[in-house]
Design a protein around this ligand. Sequence first.
Ligand SMILES: NC(=O)c1ccc[n+]([C@@H]2O[C@H](COP(=O)([O-])OP(=O)(O)OC[C@H]3O[C@@H](n4cnc5c(N)ncnc54)[C@H](OP(=O)(O)O)[C@@H]3O)[C@@H](O)[C@H]2O)c1
Length: 314
Amino acid sequence: MRAVEYDRYGPPEVLELREVPPPRAGKGTVVVRVAAASVNPKDCFVRKGWFRRITGRRFPRRTCYDFSGWVEEAGPGASGFARGDRVFGMVNGWGGGTCAEYIAVPRDEVCPLPEHMDIVESAAVPLAALTALQALRDIGRIGPESRVCVNGASGGVGSFAVQIAAAMGARVTAVCSAGNAGLCRGLGALRTVDYASERIEDSDERFDVFFDVFGNKPFDLTRGLLAPGGAYVTTVPNPKNLLYRLLTALSRTRARIVIVKSRRRDLETLLDLARRGALRPVIDGIYPMEKIRDAHRHVETKHTRGKIVVTVVA
Ligand SMILES: NC(=O)c1ccc[n+]([C@@H]2O[C@H](COP(=O)([O-])OP(=O)(O)OC[C@H]3O[C@@H](n4cnc5c(N)ncnc54)[C@H](OP(=O)(O)O)[C@@H]3O)[C@@H](O)[C@H]2O)c1
């Protein structure tokens, strides 16, 4: 089978499409024939070696964490899946490797995909939408009438965050470029702030949750925007954000970091939102697997409008 691999950390050019042996269905795993994967910033950071302390020096490595496709084989202890079932999901951890014709995935990271979901576009959903859901619902504890600000609202995580917050009845302010204001309003934002002409930290608005998706508005800059008992949630687990997390551990107004986890019941929640018409992936580009380098380059621009999908099965 074909899979994308690399033998050293570096630029997109290190990515290569290779013939490799197919995986076997081990205990508790499901082998999936992959229809599509999606590229997230995590794929680029790992490929560049930014997390080499965690990801180590063992090569070859593979790329991508999101997948959609069809069950090829269910291993012992992975009952409930039958050959040909449509599925999607995200693999946990740092190994990744969903940009491959077949993958072996722990059964808890595989979720049935209903017929009404487009199999290629569904690969755009898991990592980014799970991040948004877990940040807003579990950490931000938003509800009807919550005032939510999403910074970086037009990207992968942000485009889902605006929709999820709006679906939960929140009033959403989206920080995005002027060119993406219409997109964000269409996704459910009541107000947009153009980051090029207005500094959100100077706003008089108060928020119950400030979700710093893009990662350039740290807690010290934005704490004044939070209503009493409000939460700042960032996607970036850097030392400064970890410090603020510690310092606010016992405070009413808190700074937190979201670390996404693949959970089948959360994927089912996302599917439920999609079934009700409250959630859809915004797709900026679809690349064939042979163009994986271009897909990574696109994400590296930091101007992706929604998500980048990679088709694996022709
Ligand atoms: N901790 C976790 O578990 C976790 C999970 C998922 C993601 N993340 C991290 O979250 C970050 C965002 O991920 P993503 O998938 O949403 O990235 P992305 O899709 O690459 O984000 C691109 C978006 O950022 C917007 N943007 C660019 N400059 C901006 C600025 N100065 N202010 C506001 N928005 C700006 C762009 O809009 P314009 O083109 O209009 O400028 C574009 O739509 C990444 O660092 C990623 O690694 C962490």
